[in-house]
Design a protein. Sequence first.
Length: 322
Amino acid sequence: LQVSGPEEEAIFQIPYKLGPADAESIKESDFVPDMPTDVLAEEGANSVSLSWKNSDCAEAYEINYIESGASTGHVTLALQDGSTEINLSDMKPCTSYDISLYAILGDKYSEEKSYKIATKPRLDALSDLEPTIQTTMDALSLRWAAWENVSCIKEYDVKVCAVATSECRETERVSKQAELPDVTYEASELTPCTEYTVEIQPLFPDTEVEPKVFAFKTSSPSADTQSISAITAEPVSSGRMRVDTEFMPTAPPAKKAGSLPRNRRDLSRDRQHHTLHNLQLCVSAVLDEEESPKTISEEVTSDLDEEHAFEAPELQVINGDQ
């Protein structure tokens, strides 16, 4: 202690021990700890790990959290051992939470440290997705719900592929509109009466959400608007005939007493009598179980069967000597 006067000054030494105060002394002094700082969060789909910097003299921490915008469901957790990290479990995926964090000393609480977190989507977030699929002859309209398990997903990659050729259209990116409950996707210039798949791939930062694939088929034109434009038939070997059919580009495989898997086919016919046959073919196109008008070919004569001797039909032999 130093005392100064007009002409002199005096110094008095007063013994006093300086050093850290004990916990009880700090509590009795009404000291209030500072609020926690440097909060870090590592979010998962169903859990969040939180950590923060220690507040001086704090002996405990309290955490409160609730879904953003909710009025009920408030959860309070206390850390009595002074730990500065905690794992919050049993949380909903794709959900935002408001968190409050306090440092505690005795009955004194620091100012509130507010923090907002958001859990990630599940990796199988699309497992329950059932989109609405509508098709015309050359277009696809796709719509799916943008809430519940996928509410935090803002963008998707969509790819359409033809089943028969495995050829895929260019992948398109679609975005969720904040004011709409559904995500929509449109594809045009598709081939009529064709089977396709459409793959929906959710996009989320640092998370590989599993895609989901759906099958669809474009519509067929009305059968009564389609017809076989030409039929050509020619013998190719004993008992066999080659048939060519030409039909509208949108028509699927034609049929004759059954169905032809392509527009050219060799037909065979069992004969009880090995002789010539004059044939006419009647062909129609089948579109989604509806049959187009029939087209009749010109008459064609089959070849003799080389493996059997000729037998004249209804031949009668009259012996004049008897």
